[in-house]
Design a protein around this ligand. Structure first.
Ligand SMILES: C[S@@+](CC[C@H](N)C(=O)[O-])C[C@H]1O[C@@H](n2cnc3c(N)ncnc32)[C@H](O)[C@@H]1O
Length: 262
């Protein structure tokens, strides 16, 4: 057995499954990664909502220690690095990181990229001023593990920002990934946590707002904002799990901004 195979064996089941899933679909994220790296004006989520509206990046990143949890092709990390931050990206997929490494070379930006699970990050307590996740660990890692880990990694007063599917969208989401969300609630809210769609081997995690607040406060964070994203006038997306018409009426994505108590 190779050392990689041994490591794989010790990973939690959902992390192993998501690793296989992301290695398999990494190719379909290359173009988006290239666009993200080429454009230093951040735009977020599936509708590319501009940073000027969301303000997901803190103002003064210069010299700050920051980590992207589930960085994928690491375009968010590239935005952070260009703003003077000392960035670390961690991702569960070797294939996603291969794209990230190629783009680092092409753009002449170098920062550590770790192949690992954001639920268990090989850095000491209080290593970072800021942690961010855009549809990364915040969607694919177990909140009961990655949220306490993010809080451990942050310095007192440090911030965690994450963007993921809205809880409302998940309640209305069809079982098949390619079918857009319905206008009816299709699954119960109570008890929502680990979600498997049944169309592939991946495992996601979706929490109600009440459950997010309870968990974030339990690990010593205060909620500063919860932004429900709206597509702009010219918005388009390549994703098929929601239509523009739906997203103009209801939030399909949400961004949480929290701060670790000082
Ligand atoms: C949609 S990408 C996020 C990157 C980028 N912001 C984007 O939207 O394309 C999701 C990433 O989360 C990573 N991921 C899933 N589970 C993870 C975990 N437990 N730890 C670290 N990364 C994880 C996947 O490998 C994948 O690269």
């Amino acid at each position: 057995m190779t050392s990689n195979e041994k490591l794989n064996e010790t990973l939690p089941e959902h992390v192993r499954r998501n690793r296989a899933h992301w290695d398999q679909i990494a190719e379909s994220y290359v173009a988006a990664g290239e666009r993200g790296w080429a454009n230093n004006a951040p735009a977020w989520g599936i509708w590319r909502v501009p940073e000027s509206e969301l303000h997901l990046l803190p103002d003064d990143l210069n010299g700050k220690d920051v980590i992207e949890l589930g960085c994928g092709t690491a375009y968010v990390s590239s935005w952070l690095a260009r703003r003077g931050a000392r960035v670390v990206g961690i991702d569960n997929s070797a294939q996603q990181l291969a794209t990230a490494r190629r783009l680092q070379q092409e753009h002449g930006l170098d920062f550590p990229l770790i192949h690992g699970n954001a639920e268990s990050v090989p850095y000491p307590d209080a290593s970072f001023d800021f942690a961010i996740s855009e549809y990364g660990a915040c969607l694919w890692a177990d909140p009961g593990r990655w949220v306490p880990e993010a809080a451990r990694l942050l310095r007192p007063g440090g911030r965690l920002h994450f963007l993921t599917n809205s809880f409302l969208h998940t309640l209305c989401a069809a079982a098949e990934d390619d079918v857009p969300a319905d206008e009816r609630l299709l699954r119960p809210a109570f008890g929502m946590y680990r979600v498997e769609w049944g169309t592939d081997e991946s495992v996601e995690f979706h929490l109600s707002h009440g459950d997010w607040i309870k968990l974030l406060r339990r690990v010593g964070c205060e909620i500063e904002d919860l932004i429900e994203l709206r597509p702009g006038p010219d918005a388009t997306t390549r994703y098929r799990h929601v239509t523009l018409e739906w997203a103009r009426k209801w939030p399909c994505e949400e961004a949480w901004k929290v701060r670790k108590r000082a």
